[in-house]
Design a protein around this ligand. Structure first.
Ligand code: SF4
Length: 209
């Protein structure tokens, strides 16, 4: 369907399905697969990536980088490198864009405790999506449920590194602060409301008010 989007939950399962289909997830073996065979495997997956035709090219580019440039050692993606170099590598992958490249840099920092010295963290905004926009508005930090407002809210919440709060907000947004049925009683932010109350202009979303 034009404009339809693959759900995040499905996207993250695709490596699993690929492994089921190939019998392994060995980047060296995948790199050696002819593109047509890889395309057939992707086509057969029970859960498909958003852009099925582009996926084999993307997978091949990723394995090519891993094998040829990083010599099969994932750590070499970031070790002794500048974030601009890492970003450039991710941009070189078929279908990769600035949003994905920025997110990759962010995930490397978060996941592996790396701090890129050439990065001005105060300028690293997060990428607003439905979850983060909704939660920041409900928290009363964003003036409206829009992208610009969410970016501004992120900057005010964590000015030294706005992008750092992205994943936490996203997770809370999709796990507790759902659009129609927020689970306020079990939400970790419930305590934040109790602590700051009205003085911090944080408001609680009231479903039936
Ligand atoms: S307490 Fe409720 S309204 Fe506030 S962030 Fe959590 S789920 Fe959303």
């Amino acid at each position: 369907m034009p404009g339809s989007r693959t759900k995040t939950e499905i996207i993250w399962t695709i490596p699993y399905w690929l492994k089921q289909s190939l019998g392994h997830l060995d980047p060296v073996k995948i790199y050696q697969l002819p593109l047509e065979k890889l395309a057939l495997q992707v086509e057969k997956l029970p859960k498909k990536p958003r852009y099925t035709n582009a996926a084999p090219y993307m997978i091949q580019d990723i394995t090519c980088l891993f094998v040829e440039k990083y010599c099969g050692t994932a750590e070499l993606i970031w070790k002794n490198r500048r974030s601009s170099e890492v970003r450039k590598d991710f941009l070189s992958i078929y279908g990769g864009g600035p949003g994905i490249a920025d997110m990759a840099v962010l995930l490397i920092e978060k996941g592996f405790g790396v701090r890129f010295s050439d990065l001005d963290h105060s300028r690293r905004n997060f990428k607003p999506d439905a979850h983060t926009m909704r939660i920041l508005f409900r928290l009363g930090v964003a003036a409206a449920e829009g992208e610009q407002e969410a970016v501004l809210a992120g900057r005010s919440l964590n000015p030294s590194y706005p992008g750092e709060i992205d994943a936490a907000l996203w997770l809370i947004g999709r796990s507790y602060c759902m659009a129609g049925d927020p689970h306020c009683n079990s939400c970790p932010l419930d305590e934040v409301y109790a602590y700051f109350g009205e003085s911090a202009q944080i408001k609680r979303w009231m479903p039936h008010s």
